[in-house]
Ligand binder design. Structure first.
Ligand SMILES: *[C@@H]1O[C@H](CO)[C@@H](O)[C@H](O)[C@H]1NC(C)=O
Ligand SMILES: *[C@@H]1O[C@H](CO)[C@@H](O)[C@H](O)[C@H]1NC(C)=O
Ligand SMILES: *[C@@H]1O[C@H](CO)[C@@H](O)[C@H](O)[C@H]1NC(C)=O
Ligand SMILES: [Zn+2]
Length: 360
């Protein structure tokens, strides 16, 4: 990709960031999109603490008002107010964004619900031969490479689709419904709905990465079900069906979580190559992620055709504008095909979704 194009992209992004006052912007990292794939990932940082502190902190017996303290030791925010990660009530994106807004103490983005009929009574038979409710770490079909992208869609995703088209590569998107202050994916006043329809029409696979990227092992059973069901409703509102593949945020799904995923009819999809892209989102360090993939492919040659299931994140600039094309070139050179998770598992496309045939 020409440097000029990249430069102009960054200019656009910088402009976007500047117009959003709660974002701090001190490195080449793009803070808009930090849904925290892992603890060290780039994050939205709230810099509203001075303003927050200017309102005297006080704990109200019933519901806390704007600027007041909230959280485990303080209380629950009043109607419509979010409890920020730092424990202040308010209604800005910095207060409300998932996953860090404190969902038990206010009306976080995470607590929103997509429109339309809930999906809980869609039948969920265990179709196909890929196991449900247990971790899947590897592919089956020889010479396949399943690249997967978590935490989107977000601002770089449409450019990523252009890169994929260039290679006629098919990939899998593990999508989050409302993380990072991006709004609901099925709110068609945002770009996400149309983008997801393009992803679907292009032959990529759509899978769930939960509604708001909470750690499924650290929330209540009903919150955990909600995390899947709400994302289903949002995806249904966009493509008409719900996915059968999911990846738990932070790759964390304990025994109770696994049982729930079995009950909800999900393939719990992990990976056997971690590109570690979220730690290398910089021109100076992205080579480390390329090296990881090269090493894995070299190891693969020991068992010819050994298939791969790799994880990356379409919320990082270097992943989209540098790493992905590199990987796809390597994959092609090694005689592999870049395919969806379903295809690498020999699971026919009909099994990737459950269509919502219920009448309203
Ligand atoms: C706001 O209050 C918090 C906790 O009371 C404190 O750590 C922080 O330094 C304060 N920020 C400002 C700008 O006063
Ligand atoms: C697609 O490939 C062409 C030809 O190699 C290149 O000029 C163009 O920049 C590529 N576009 C993307 C989005 O990768
Ligand atoms: C792409 O990655 C390489 C390291 O592998 C780096 O030298 C180069 O500057 C990166 N390109 C862009 C446009 O960031
Ligand atoms: Zn994630």
């Amino acid at each position: 990709m020409p440097a000029l194009r990249v430069l102009s992209l960054f200019t656009v992004l910088l402009t976007t960031a500047v117009s959003v006052p709660y974002l701090s912007y001190h490195t080449s990292r793009i803070p808009v999109v930090g849904s925290k794939p892992e603890p060290s990932s780039n994050r939205i940082s709230t810099d509203g603490s001075a303003a927050e502190n200017s309102t005297a902190s006080h704990t109200v017996t019933h519901r806390v008002s704007v600027g007041g303290r909230c959280g485990p030791d303080a209380g629950h925010c009043g109607e419509g107010l979010c409890c920020s990660p730092a424990g202040y009530c308010g209604s800005t994106t910095a207060h409300c964004y998932a996953p860090d807004c404190q969902l038990d103490y206010g009306s976080c983005d995470a607590n929103k619900t997509p429109e339309g009929r809930p999906t809980d009574d869609i039948p969920r038979p265990w179709i196909g031969s890929v196991p449900y409710g247990q971790g899947i770490y590897s592919c089956r079909a020889p010479y396949t490479f399943a690249m997967t992208f978590d935490d989107g869609p977000n601002i770089y995703t449409s450019d990523l689709l252009d890169v994929l088209d260039n290679f006629t590569a098919k990939v899998t998107f593990f999508m989050t419904g409302i993380n990072s202050g991006k709004g609901e994916i099925d709110d068609f006043t945002t770009p996400w709905g149309a983008l997801i329809q393009r992803i679907h029409k292009s032959g990529h696979q759509i899978a769930s990465h939960t509604w708001s990227h909470q750690d499924l092992s650290k929330i209540s059973p009903s919150q955990r079900r909600d995390q899947l069901l709400k994302n289903e409703a949002a995806i249904r509102n966009i493509i008409g069906g719900i996915p059968t593949y999911m990846r738990p945020p932070y790759s964390n799904c304990n025994v109770e979580c696994m049982a729930d995923m079995a009950d909800l009819g999900y393939h719990v999809t992990y990976f056997n190559i971690d590109t570690n892209d979220y730690n290398n989102d910089d021109p100076e360090t992205i080579q480390k992620s390329k090296d990881i993939v090269d090493k894995a492919l070299a190891r693969g040659q020991e068992t010819p055709g050994h298939p791969f299931l790799a994880i990356g994140h379409d919320i990082h600039a270097q992943t989209v504008y540098n790493l992905t094309a590199y990987i796809l070139r390597r994959v092609n050179d090694a005689g592999y095909r870049a395919v969806t998770v379903g295809e690498c598992l020999n699971d026919p496309r009909d099994n990737w979704y459950r269509w919502d045939y219920r009448s309203n």
